[in-house]
Each structure stands twice: as C-alpha cells, then as structure tokens.
Ligand binder design. Structure first.
Ligand SMILES: [Zn+2]
Length: 331
C-alpha cells in the first residue's frame, strides 16, 4: 500500500556510531515568545516557550487561568477534542487547541522538556506549518540536560481501522518512521504518499524534518472554509495560514511549497499528534487517510495494552536489547 523507501545507508551507519552514546534530554537555552491569531477563534494569542527541568515533558500553561488550574500536560490522555484540530484540556475545563503543529516542531527538534505559556485557548496558527515554531526553537537554542532521553518502544502492532481509514503502529529497531498516504477525489491532490524517518539522536539539526516536512502548510477546500466560517469556525483562517484549494486550483498566489505539500503536512500532523505519547516513539507509523482522532485512538490502544510497549532509555542499549528479547518472547 505504501511506497516503501528503505532507510538510507547513512542512517544505518549513523545507528552504528550511536551505539553506546548517551542521548540526553533536551530543553531550550532560553525562553522565546511569539504571537499570532488562532485558526478557529480568530483571536490574537501570545505564547512563550520556556525551558523546563528534567522529566517535565511538554506542558501547556494557560496564563489567563485566574483562580483555575492553568496547567495542561501535552499527553494523549489529556486530549479532549480531535474534530478540527488536536485539543488538550484539564479537570478545570481549560483547554488549548491546534497544538499539533507546535508539537510536531517540538518532536522534530527533539525537545523533551518545555513549558508553553499561552494566554488563550489555541496555539497561534502562524503560517499554517511548523516552520515558525522550528525557527523559534532555533533562535532560543537547544540545551542538553543531564539525564538520558527516554523513548516509548513499540513492541506489538496496534491499529485503528475506521471504514477505509487506517492508522497503525508497528515495532521497528531504532528509529521512528512515519509513512502516510492520502487519496482525495480532488484532481489537484489525488493520491500522494510520503515517508520519513526521524533518527532519535537528532537535536538542533533535525535534518530531513526541517527541510522536507516542517514548512508544509495545512490545507483546505474553499467550500469547507466557507461552511466552517458560517458555523463560526476557522475564523482566523486565510490564505496567509493555509493552502486553499478550489477545484484544480490553488488560490494562494505563491502556489505550493512542495508538489506533494498536502501529504507532507499530514506527516507533520501525525508526528505532532503522536508526540502526545509523552516521549518519542521507536516504531513505524502507517497512516492511510487518517486524522487527529485516529492518531489519538491509536495511542490510547497502544497504552491500554501493557505488552504493546515499553520505556527505553536511549543511552542504555541494554534496555533496547531487553525490549528486543521481550518482543521475540512475545512473537
Ligand atoms: Zn495540521
């Protein structure tokens, strides 16, 4: 079903040199902020990415919470809505939506610990891609912390099937691969496939993610934008933050950033949504026409089965080997 491109030789060589090397947790060197409109609310929102201690994970903090709890962990089990974006919420009823592009940048840049101060219910949409967030992380600088990086290793295949839609996680040796396929009746998009592998040691030089994926923008069809606007949704949506397609035309003057920008954006979304595992995954994700809801259901299915995953420390390849043995024992 997928056009499988094998991991380049360079990646295999890289794996060899990584054996026994410590991969430290990472945060930012300094705080950095941005502001912009929320895609769905259309409101101006300010956000600051702040360094966080070892073991924090990625945590949103609503600075406008008042007497309520503003803290919302960026985790799969805090997801409260996946209809138009991925939205996480807490017990006090506060939420942050459209987190997927920011989460994708954080995952792609290999950041483990971060507090995201935000003064509204939605991450600013910026240009509709993850590139502005990658830029912020690069400007702030990445700092290594004195603790090993922890990953979630997939030990057993889990899948979510919804009609003709599929989302699946399979075990893999060392890295995380995303393979995505879309198939639209629209003649401009049609069927597109894309595959990327993220070596887990990557930090500030997140190579292929930065050049091939981060700048792919969200996309929509003109008729859907009009329908959503009538429902009071996508109010911040414009040609500045989404590719808008009408029939076989791209309405954006500058055209597409990649010929297959749509499927690259779906891979970007999947990476962000799957980083809600709370740690990088070691495994292979296959998505066929899947969306935010399926990625979340997939993580819930993975963590519901204690035999399907294990934590590994990335500087401890004994742990990796143990996982291999466990997988072999389960087979
Ligand atoms: Zn998206």
């Amino acid at each position: 079903m997928f056009d499988v491109t094998h991991a380049p030789e360079a990646l295999a060589a890289d794996r060899q040199t990584r054996r026994g090397v410590a991969f430290k947790q990472k945060t930012l060197k300094s705080a950095i902020g941005c502001s912009g409109v929320g895609l769905h609310t259309g409101k101006k929102i300010s956000m600051t990415l702040k360094p966080a201690p070892i073991g924090t994970g990625i945590v949103f903090n609503r600075t406008d919470a008042g007497t309520k709890t503003g803290r919302i962990p960026a985790r799969f089990d805090a997801v409260v809505d996946t209809r138009l974006c991925t939205c996480v919420g807490n017990a006090d009823g506060l939420s942050v939506g459209t987190i997927e592009h920011l989460m994708s940048a954080i995952a792609g840049m290999g950041i483990d610990n971060l507090i995201v101060d935000i003064d509204g219910p939605e991450v600013p949409v910026m240009d509709g891609s993850a590139a502005p967030f990658v830029f912020l992380i690069e400007c702030a600088g990445v700092a290594e912390q004195d603790a090993p990086r922890r990953a979630v290793k997939v030990l057993k295949s889990v899948s979510v099937i919804d009609g003709g839609i599929l989302a699946r996680l399979d075990p893999a040796d060392d890295d995380f691969t995303i393979a995505f396929e879309i198939d639209f009746a629209n003649p401009l998009i049609g069927r597109q496939t894309f595959e990327m592998t993220l070596p887990l040691c990557d930090g500030p030089d997140a190579g292929a993610y930065r050049t091939d994926v981060a700048s792919a923008r969200t996309f929509g069809f003109l008729e859907d934008v009009e329908r959503l606007n009538k429902m009071g949704l996508a109010l911040g949506g414009s040609l500045d933050n989404a590719v808008v397609i009408s029939g076989n035309k791209v309405l954006n003057e500058e055209g597409l950033r990649f010929e297959d920008e749509c499927v690259r954006h779906k891979a970007l979304d999947a990476l962000g949504d799957l980083y809600l595992a709370g740690a990088p995954l070691i495994g292979r994700f296959s998505g066929s026409k899947s969306g935010h809801a399926h990625s979340n259901q997939l993580l819930r299915a993975l963590f519901a089965d204690a035999d399907a995953w294990t934590f590994v420390e990335l500087d401890d390849h004994h742990a990796l080997h143990q996982a291999e043995w466990r997988r072999a024992a389960n087979a």
